[in-house]
Design a protein around this ligand. Structure first.
Ligand SMILES: Nc1nc2c(ncn2[C@@H]2O[C@H](COP(=O)(O)OP(=O)(O)OP(=O)(O)O)[C@@H](O)[C@H]2O)c(=O)[nH]1
Ligand SMILES: [Zn+2]
Length: 367
């Protein structure tokens, strides 16, 4: 199951190398390769971020330089992978943000012992950056907030019932995936309560892959799709995200409260993303604080890029066409049989979402 046709349906054709998109007007700082020092750094993967403290899993043992130093110091550097280290950002990183999913280099006290603090001296170039505008929160300042780095899959978790699916919310998430150049996966939960067909048919024209799960049911297919990838889970409250994460990652609750304890957070106050290692390899990143994505920063072109079958048809559009109005040439393009009308309906749905159509409409707004 899951549409395998066009497995990367919502990918931009070319990935633009702008993972450090700087707010316009603030002056952009060229990306500099950091000083070559720190040969004793160890590699880490950022699993949680809280108020300037970065919890990192040490993913690779010490570098050659560190090993030499340790050999000299007769300190054992072996077997210490997999420890959590709390770090702060080294001053040399300036204002560069560090988010969950980042791969970093750590120096200083990387023992992970209680009350120690290492320093992040380098952030590796990112393969992707999931971001949202802040316009879905209280302030409408239009600032983009990075959420997760290096994710390669956005798992949009939606219950088939209780709570009912919110297609516009799904559409928003799809556009966010799109913008971040991350593959979407629809994860339809609670299939014991309602059948998936109606919702699946809504997304069929987009070729979005999907999996159907229910509590206590098999997770083989989900596991298969998550294996060795960095997957971000999004979905609104009550859709069964925690149930799913707990089933996929034995001890997930413990892991999260451990991270919270390490960062000094309360046990149940986790509002930022936390990365959990999957037993079969890969990472699952739960985003409790992210219920939706502001999309003010996403351009028409970004959305359109996911519809190569329609792009050519826009050549005849008036300048600045938002492809939603009567003057849009795409209607003619589709009428002439150049593309599937269902694709145009899908494109317009996503474009309308971008323009701020409310996403809390609970009617399945099938075309
Ligand atoms: N019938 C049914 N109920 C489910 C299923 N999965 C989860 N639930 C129930 O749905 C409710 C919400 O599940 P959670 O896993 O807590 O949902 P969540 O998305 O983590 O919600 P938040 O914690 O609010 O973010 C719980 O009462 C679960 O027992 C399922 O497959 N079928
Ligand atoms: Zn148009």
């Amino acid at each position: 199951m899951g549409a395998d046709v066009g497995r990367r349906p919502l990918r931009k054709r070319q990935y633009d190398e702008d993972d450090v998109r700087v707010r316009p007007g603030k002056g952009s700082r060229p990306r500099t390769r950091l000083r070559p020092a720190h040969e004793d750094a160890v590699e880490g993967f950022v699993v949680a971020v809280d108020r300037g403290r970065y919890t990192c899993l040490v993913t690779a043992g010490p570098s050659a330089g560190e090993k030499r130093r340790r050999a000299r110091d007769r300190a054992s550097g072996a077997g210490d992978d997999g420890r959590l280290v709390v770090a702060m950002k080294a001053r040399e990183l300036g204002r560069k943000g560090i988010v969950v999913g980042d791969r970093v280099s750590l120096v200083g006290d990387v023992s992970g012992a209680p009350d120690t603090l290492a320093r992040v001296v380098r952030v590796e170039p990112r393969a992707s950056m999931l971001r949202r505008s802040a316009d879905d929160t209280e302030d409408t300042d239009g600032i983009e907030r990075p959420v997760v780095a290096n994710a390669d899959q956005l798992v949009i978790v939606t219950a088939l019932a209780d709570p009912p699916p919110r297609p516009r919310m799904i559409d928003r998430m799809l556009v966010a995936a799109f913008d971040a150049d991350i593959e979407p996966l629809l994860c339809l939960t609670k299939s014991d309560l309602a059948p998936p067909e109606e919702l699946v048919s809504l997304y069929a024209p987009l070729g979005v892959p999907y999996v159907v799960v229910s509590k206590g049911g098999t997770l083989d297919e989900v596991r298969e799709r998550l294996r060795d990838r960095i997957s971000v889970l999004v979905g609104h409250s009550g859709v069964g995200k925690s149930t799913l994460v707990n089933a996929l990652v034995p001890g997930a609750d413990r892991a999260v409260s451990h991270v919270n304890a390490v960062t000094g957070r309360g046990r149940h106050t986790s509002t930022s993303a936390v990365a959990l290692a999957l037993p079969d390899g890969g990472w699952i990143i739960d985003t409790p604080g992210v219920r939706s994505f502001g999309l003010a920063h996403v351009s028409v072109e970004t959305v359109l890029a996911g519809f190569p079958d329609l792009v050519e048809g826009t050549v005849e559009c008036p300048k600045g066409c938002n492809h939603l109005g009567e003057e849009c040439a795409l209607d003619g393009w589709v009428a002439a049989g150049r593309a599937d009308p269902a694709r145009l309906v899908s494109l317009r749905r996503l474009l309308a979402i971008r323009e701020g159509a409310p996403d809390d409409d609970r009617r399945p707004d099938a075309p």
